[in-house]
Every structure is written in structure tokens, then in C-alpha cells.
Design a protein around this ligand. Sequence first.
Ligand SMILES: Cc1cc2nc3c(=O)[nH]c(=O)nc-3n(C[C@H](O)[C@H](O)[C@H](O)COP(=O)(O)OP(=O)(O)OC[C@H]3O[C@@H](n4cnc5c(N)ncnc54)[C@H](O)[C@@H]3O)c2cc1C
Length: 190
Amino acid sequence: MEFFSTPDLIEIGGYPFPIQGYKPTREEAVEYYRGVAAQEKLDIRLYERVTDVRGTAGSFTVVTDRNEYRARNVIVSIGFFDEPNLLDVPGEDLPKVTHYYREPYPYVQQKVAVIGARNSAAKAALDCYRHGAEVTLIVRSAALSDKVKYWIKPDLANRIKEGSIRAYFSTTVQEIRSASLVLRTGGGPV
Ligand SMILES: Cc1cc2nc3c(=O)[nH]c(=O)nc-3n(C[C@H](O)[C@H](O)[C@H](O)COP(=O)(O)OP(=O)(O)OC[C@H]3O[C@@H](n4cnc5c(N)ncnc54)[C@H](O)[C@@H]3O)c2cc1C
């Protein structure tokens, strides 16, 4: 995956972030942040899960699966990417279903349904299409969202228009089966 911003917008601590291209890739960004952390000698405790935070401002106890720490202040920055929005439909737990997109190669010459059409779904659909997958996009709303970045949206819209990516709008998923999906469309089930 690629970052949406140019490197100058995601630089931290005054460290320059030179890259070859226009936008950093995930690997470039992770390597940059790793380098900054090493340079700043940040005290990072990896593979340690916070299970509880107790106390009040000025006197907190942070409990993890390995330790307990005392802190005057706590900043919680646990993001939201760890928690996918589940569809809650039959078949969602089949091994062919993933809630995270990593790379297109498992989907080469495969039929792939991408559910949703915000930025991550749009990028995954385009990436799979450009690596030889037959992609169908399933979208709850009647059109592509305005929240899709301005340089991604026309690419996806044009692929749909020319028929390279098939799209079902105003459609939800009712069931996922081993070799098909049952969709709830405006014109009835498909
Ligand atoms: C494709 C893509 C491109 C993006 N491009 C940009 C961009 O160009 N510019 C920009 O500003 N933003 C961009 N974003 C958004 C940006 O990545 C997020 O806003 C940012 O990562 C949020 O940072 P965070 O630290 O809050 O959470 P995260 O980066 O999600 O990190 C949360 C961390 O907390 C850990 N964690 C969770 N629970 C616990 C626990 N109980 N104990 C210990 N650790 C825990 C998780 O394992 C994770 O490592 C992009 C996102 C995507 C998906």
C-alpha cells in the first residue's frame, strides 16, 4: 500500500524522509519510522498488549500482559485498523474471506469480490484488477463516495464505466458461499 500524503507531510522530529517516488510505500514509511525510533533511542516495548489502565491524572497504572507501569500521563493511540467492521453474514468466516488487504498475488486469475468502496477497497479493487484478477465491487451506497481520494476516484470510476471492474451499487451482501455470494440488490437477490 501507498501513503496518501507526500513524505514532507509525514516527516517527524525534523528527520528528512527521502524517497524515490512521489508517495511513500508502507515499507518505506515503516523503515523511516524505525530509523527515527532507533536514532531517538525510544523506549519501545514490542509484543506487549495493554489490558488495563487504572488511576487518575497524575497517577496512572498501565497493566500489560507482561508488566505494570506507573505514569503521570497516558496517551492512548491504538488506532482503529485492528478492528474491522464485520458484515455479520453467513459465510464471513470462510477461509477465502479476508478483512485485510496485503497484496494482489493470491488473487491472480481468480474471481474476487471487494465489498465496500472507500479508499482501501478502491485501492484493493484496482490493484487486484491490474494484477490479473476478475474484480466485482459491491457497494452499499448508490455511487462512489466523495471520501475516495481525488486521484483514486476517477481511476476506479473509469474502470467501472469501461466494464473492466464490475460494480453493484445500492447492494448488500446477504450470504457468502464457497464459490458464490448472494447479493441483495435494488432489483432483487442476485
Ligand atoms: C492506505 C492508507 C494510507 C494512509 N495514508 C495516510 C497519509 O498519507 N497521511 C496520514 O496522515 N494518514 C494516512 N493514513 C491514516 C494513518 O495510517 C492513520 O491515521 C494512523 O496510522 C493512525 O495512527 P494511530 O497511531 O492512531 O493508530 P495505528 O497506526 O492504527 O496504530 C495503533 C497501534 O496500536 C496497537 N494496539 C492496539 N491495541 C493495543 C493494546 N491494547 N495494547 C498495545 N498496543 C495496541 C496496534 O497493534 C497498532 O500497532 C493512511 C491509512 C491507510 C490505510
